[in-house]
Structure formats: structure tokens, C-alpha cells
Design a protein around this ligand. Structure first.
Ligand code: IVH
Length: 681
């Protein structure tokens, strides 16, 4: 019996490793994610039932869970060297001349180079014994690193067993130690920080710190939830291989053959092609910002391993390799001032006012400074020369001050005690990174709240936007959200630019919004953690805002998809009298605050019963709401964030962080057509 189970377990592990390889390394899966999940779940179940058959190289081990007190030290088998830098073509040509002088003429003739990206991550050293991943360490001081094996086991692209592919023609070397770079993609980093920021938690300054922080957790289940990836680029030690590679290019091919993740952006140039190499460095530099991960340069390496050995190293830098650094998407400019921006929920963000500076063709004059701690930890002062970075579509940010350029006239900044707009005290709750203006009546918050209320995702009031919100709040026409429905039209007609036609459009838009589905009104209130999906879940359970207002946190948490944090936020909101009064004002103004409807039929017999979906990106024919309706009428549940409880993600064009998260968690991804097929059999 046990031997049958054991055989099945082996078979499943083999299949899972194979499919992970197809998915993570080749980017070319052979089976659907649902089929993959089925294999994975079967293996998990068998291992749970037969703990004696568990092994620490099983694919299921990647969920993490080992807690270590501190990291043990690991002596590297050979020094883990650093790299010298070249900042210009001249530096690079000087490097070439230097190494040529150290070689005999016949060796100079054989000289050729490999160029590869310089990944901006964290060096890791990985040990395989008889094909099994047995040890992984940080670089440390180059001689001794930290043992982070349990954390590295959770890194999805890192094979726990090589060769990954049976019949690949490669066999496991007796011993292999490789060097690589662990990193996090830019989009995954931004998404993580956004979530942290929303929850008032600490953010990471850049993807590199995020990768490094994630791998240096004492609890590997935390690492397992982080989207860390890997590229390997160097063999440190190889034993028991009859035909060991003799060049760097052959080493990369060898590593790739074993199923290890090797970058596809690798080019080979002979010495006589050095001009082409220089041109390639430029071209790669131009296109590097389109890569999903950060690349801060390119590394040029002498291809022949024999010549590498002969050239050796000086200090910690090998003579046979050099990093060509790109000037990049950063610029230095003066920080003129720090101003506060008050958001809809009252979060106050320090923003940098900059002496305008061009960064990759765009004038940048403002940048985010995140929060109070960011400014303090980096010791950013008003008047400082600061390094500003602009990458892709994201908001520019101040990376650090250039301390060497200080004149002494710089001013240390402190978070003001009062809101710059309403003058009321600012508060920073214990344990949170965010500072808030606690005054619900703060005009700045009100303007943002009105802007949100009328926006497309909420009450969708046409012809109404930030400008109108600002104007009407400033004129005193709007003092709370319900005032939108009792605007003094006579007075508005006196304002510049408010001609009859314009007023008509605005009134019609406001009128039309009175009949929106109840969940839209709830979402439009801007209660913390209550976005459109949560609002829908709540209004499926309650048919009026009055009912919802009187629900307890326990009642709310009992709803599928509503956790204690959301429940408490809703209860807190409706515990405040002005918010309850607001609902009454909406009702008085004729806005729908209750729904007449028959109870929903039991959904268990429907085709999507028991399944949870997240819709993301632009679908070919449906809007987000239409897709949600479709899912619900077929018995499924639609939620807003991807977690291990999500059964499917339905993704359209330009799907972003939710799709990435789904892929990381192994949640199957469907197209709109596949969702239809699933529901309609
Ligand atoms: S080769 C002796 N290749 O850059 C060989 N390093 O600034 C030295 N790095 O500590 C390393 N991408 O962590 C090499 N393709 C690449 C790399 C790379 C990133 C890192 C590495 C090193 C740092 C030096």
C-alpha cells in the first residue's frame, strides 16, 4: 500500500517539477493552471496523510513555514567577488586595454566577451548535491554569507531538483554551486507597496530592498508570500561533470540545460567586434526600462574561463569582468519645498516641490516623499540636492539627498502639527506609517471625497469632476456629500462659465445618479476598505443602508468575503452620528437608500457555486460590472483582491498586479470566453 502511495507521490512530484519548469522557466505551460492545481492538491493531500513520505525537496515545501532564530553562517567554497564599474565608453575601452596587456599575443587573438544584464537584486549562492538543492546563502562579506535556505526554497523559479527535465540530455552533477541574483519585478513591488500604504504599513524603498528584505525574513512563510524571482549567471563550483564548460557562454547554456533560470538577454562578441559590443550596450540601455525588472547596467565578461583564471582579481573585483553602469532614469535637482497633500481618507502625504529637471525626456517638478518616516530615515532636508527617479509610468520619487553637496543652509523638515488646509491637528496612529488629518469636515478631504463620490466607479455623475468639487466646496455650497443633491442652482448660475446648458447637464447627471444600485452609493461613501466589490457583498446581504448601519461587526464578518478589518471599519463609520445623518439626508433628497427585492435563490446548484473570481484588466466585451453580474447569476462570487482563496482570475488586456499575483499564487487565469464556457458548460 505505502509503496503504491510512494510511487504516486514520486510521480506527482516529477510532474509538478516538470510543469513548474515549463511555466516559470520556459514561460510555456503545457497544461492549464486548473490541471496543475489538481496535481498539486493531490500531492498535498497524500503528503498530509503520509507524513513519513514527506521530503524537504518536495514542491509542496515551497509554502514555507520554517522559523529560524537567526541565520547561521555559511563559508563560501570560493570568494564571491564584486565588480568594478565603467561609467563611460572610455572607461570600458580602458578596461579592454588593461586586460590585453596582461595576455600573450596568441591569447589576445582568442579574446571574446559575453554581455549580460546587471540585475539589480540580491546575490545568492545556491548549492546542489546530486541534483538536490541543499543550501542557499547570501553573499555576506564575500567569504561568509548567511544561510537562508528555507527562504530560498520558497522562491518559485528556483528548482529544488535538477535537471528539471528528465531526458533533457543533462544529468545532475555530483556537486554544483551557482551564483545568481534574486529580484522582484517592478510591478509586483509597486503593488506590494500600494497595499502596504493603504493599510498604513511600512513600505520598501525599491525593488532591490524589497527582494532583500523578503529573503532575510526569519519566518519563511512570509517569504513565500513575496513575489521573489531569480536569475543565475555564474558557476562557482562544479564536480562530477565529465565535460565541464570551458567558457562563460557554455556555462550559461549548461545551467539553462539543467533547468535553472538564465536570462535570455545574453550576447557574445569577439574582440574585433568591440565596436558592436559598445553599440549593443547603448541599445540595451535604451530598452532596459521596458524590462519588467530593474537593470542598473550591463556586465561585460571575458568568455574563456581559462583566461578568466589567468586574469584573476584585484581586491574584490575580478579583472575579467566589468559593470557598465547606465546613467539612467535618475537626475539630481534641488528640493525647493515640502508640501502636504490631503487625500480623501485624510491621509496626509509629503510631496517634494522640485526645481524642474528633465528625466528621460520628461520635465519633473514634483515627486512623492511617501510619509514622515521616509523623509526622516533618509534625512531629506529642504534645500538639499536630491536624487530623483522616474521609472515608467510611476510617480517620480526622491531617492536620497546628496549629502556631499550640502551648504549648511538646508532645513530639517518636520511633519507639521496641523493640517495645512483646515488647521486642525494632524495625528499619526500608533504603529502606522501614515499621518492623518482627523477632521472629517476638512475641506481638502471633502473635495477629494466629493471627487470620489461622483467618479465613474462610484455614483458616476457626468459633467462633475475635481474642478466642480473644489469650486462648490470653496463657495460653501457643499459641506457634506449629501449637499450634492441640494445645490443652490440660482447661485451657481451667477458663476463664471456656468451657462444654462452646462447647468442642465450637471443637474441631469445628478438627477440620474439618485437611482443607482445601492452598492454604488455605499462604495461612493468612501468608507475605508469598502470598494465596489466589498460594497456589493454587503448589499447582497442587506437591502437598505439602515439595516447595514445597525449591523454588528460579528454580523458583518459572518458574510463570506468580509473579514474583521472591513467589518470594524464599517461599524466605526456608522457609529459616528454625522455619517448616520448623511444617510438620512440622502434619503430626504430622494437618493435610493433601500432596495425592494426578492431574496436571492440558493446558489449551490448553479454552475459557478462555491467558486470565487477576481476580474481584472479590460475584457473584450464586458465591463467589470457586467462580468461580476454574470459570475453572480451563475452562482459564483466576485471579489476584489487575489488571495489563495481565489479560484479563478478573469483577465483582460492590461491586467496588472492582480494578474501577477494570480500567477505567483498559481491561481488559474481565464479569458472572458473561458469564463463563459466554464459557466455554460
Ligand atoms: S558577475 C565575479 N553578473 O552586481 C563575478 N554580477 O555590482 C561578479 N550582478 O555583486 C559578478 N547581475 O550581485 C555578475 N549578470 C551579472 C550580474 C551581477 C547583477 C550583481 C552581483 C554583484 C554586483 C556588483
Amino acid at each position: 500500500m505505502t509503496t503504491d502511495v510512494q510511487a504516486r507521490i514520486e510521480q506527482l512530484r516529477g510532474a509538478i517539477r516538470h510543469h513548474q519548469y515549463r511555466y516559470y522557466i520556459l514561460d510555456d505551460p503545457l497544461i492549464s493552471d486548473a490541471e496543475f492545481d489538481a496535481l498539486f492538491q493531490e500531492l498535498q493531500a497524500l503528503e498530509a496523510a503520509h507524513p513519513e513520505l514527506r521530503t524537504d525537496d518536495s514542491p509542496t515545501v515551497r509554502v514555507g513555514g520554517v522559523v529560524s532564530e537567526r541565520f547561521a553562517k555559511v563559508a563560501h567554497p570560493a570568494p564571491i567577488l564584486s565588480l568594478g564599474n565603467a561609467f563611460s565608453e572610455d572607461d570600458l575601452r580602458a578596461w579592454r586595454e588593461r586586460i590585453k596587456r596582461l595576455l600573450f599575443p596568441e591569447q589576445q587573438a582568442q579574446l571574446s566577451y559575453v554581455v549580460e544584464p546587471k540585475f539589480d537584486g540580491l546575490t545568492v549562492v545556491l548549492h546542489y548535491e546530486q541534483g538536490r538543492f541543499v543550501l542557499g546563502a547570501t553573499r555576506g562579506d564575500g567569504e561568509i554569507g548567511e544561510n537562508i535556505t528555507p527562504n530560498l526554497r520558497t522562491v518559485r523559479p528556483l528548482p529544488l531538483q535538477i535537471p528539471v527535465e528528465d531526458g533533457s540530455g543533462f544529468s545532475a552533477p555530483a556537486r554544483l554551486v551557482v551564483r545568481g541574483e534574486a529580484y522582484v519585478e517592478k510591478a509586483a513591488f509597486e503593488a506590494f507597496n500600494r497595499r502596504q500604504e493603504e493599510q498604513g504599513e511600512r513600505t520598501y524603498a525599491n525593488p532591490r530592498n524589497f527582494a532583500s528584505g523578503s529573503l532575510r525574513q526569519l519566518d519563511s512563510s512570509i517569504t513565500a508570500g513575496r513575489p521573489v524571482k531569480l536569475w543565475v549567471y555564474q558557476i562557482i563550483e562544479l564536480e562530477g561533470e565529465p565535460n565541464p564548460p570551458q567558457t562563460h557562454a557554455a556555462s550559461l547554456a549548461f545551467l539553462q540545460g539543467l533547468g535553472l533560470p538564465v536570462s535570455p538577454h545574453v550576447r557574445h562578441f569577439t574582440d574585433s567586434e568591440f565596436d558592436a559590443l559598445v553599440a549593443y550596450l547603448d541599445e540595451f540601455g535604451q530598452r532596459r526600462s521596458t524590462l519588467p525588472y530593474e537593470v542598473d547596467g550591463a556586465v561585460v565578461k571575458v568568455d574563456s574561463l581559462a583566461l578568466q583564471r589567468q586574469l584573476g582579481f584585484v581586491g574584490k573585483d575580478p579583472r575579467w569582468a566589468i559593470a557598465y553602469k547606465y546613467a539612467g532614469e535618475e537626475a539630481i535637482t534641488t528640493l525647493l519645498d515640502i508640501v502636504l497633500n490631503v487625500g480623501r481618507t485624510g491621509v496626509v502625504t509629503p510631496n517634494a516641490v522640485l526645481e524642474p529637471v528633465a528625466i528621460s525626456g520628461v520635465m519633473v517638478k514634483a515627486a512623492t516623499l511617501h510619509n514622515e518616516d521616509y523623509v526622516r530615515d533618509l534625512d531629506i532636508r529642504v534645500g538639499d540636492k536630491v536624487v530623483v527617479k522616474r521609472a515608467g509610468e510611476v510617480i517620480p520619487k526622491v531617492l536620497r539627498p546628496v549629502v556631499e553637496l550640502r551648504t549648511g543652509a538646508e532645513q530639517i523638515w518636520q511633519m507639521p502639527a496641523a493640517c495645512p488646509v483646515c488647521g486642525q491637528p494632524l495625528v499619526r496612529p500608533e504603529g502606522e506609517a501614515a499621518t492623518y488629518c482627523a477632521n472629517n469636515a476638512c475641506p481638502a478631504q471633502l473635495v477629494r471625497a466629493v471627487e470620489y463620490f461622483v467618479s465613474r466607479g462610484a455614483m458616476d455623475i457626468e459633467s462633475f469632476g475635481y474642478k466642480q468639487a473644489e469650486l462648490f466646496v470653496e463657495k460653501g455650497f457643499i459641506t457634506d456629500l449629501a449637499d450634492i443633491y441640494t445645490l443652490p442652482w440660482n447661485e451657481i448660475a451667477q458663476l463664471d462659465g456656468y451657462k444654462e446648458k452646462r447647468i442642465e447637464n450637471l443637474r441631469a447627471g445628478i438627477e440620474a445618479s439618485k437611482n443607482r444600485p445601492l452598492h454604488r452609493l455605499l462604495a461612493a461613501l468612501g468608507i475605508r476598505y469598502v470598494g465596489s466589490v466589498v460594497a456589493e457583498l454587503l448589499m447582497q446581504r442587506y437591502s437598505s443602508l439602515d439595516e447595514l448601519m445597525d449591523a454588528s461587526a460579528e454580523d458583518l464578518s459572518a458574510i463570506d468575503g468580509i473579514g474583521p478589518r472591513i467589518a470594524e471599519s464599517v461599524v466605526r463609520y456608522f457609529s459616528l452620528e454625522p455619517n448616520r445623518a448623511l444617510v438620512r439626508e440622502f434619503a430626504d433628497a430622494g437618493v435610493r437608500v433601500a432596495e425592494e427585492r426578492a431574496p436571492r435563490p440558493a446558489a449551490t446548484s448553479l454552475p459557478l457555486a462555491g467558486l470565487t473570481f477576481v476580474v481584472t484588466g479590460a475584457l473584450p466585451t464586458w465591463s467589470r460590472d457586467e462580468a461580476h453580474d454574470f459570475i453572480k447569476t451563475h452562482g459564483g462570487k466576485a471579489t476584489g483582491s487575489v488571495s489563495s482563496k481565489t479560484n479563478y482570475v478573469v483577465a483582460g488586456e492590461n491586467a496588472g498586479s492582480k494578474l501577477t499575483k494570480a500567477q505567483e499564487l498559481g491561481v488559474p487565469v481565464l479569458t472572458e470566453a473561458e469564463l463563459r464556457a466554464l459557466a455554460e458548460g
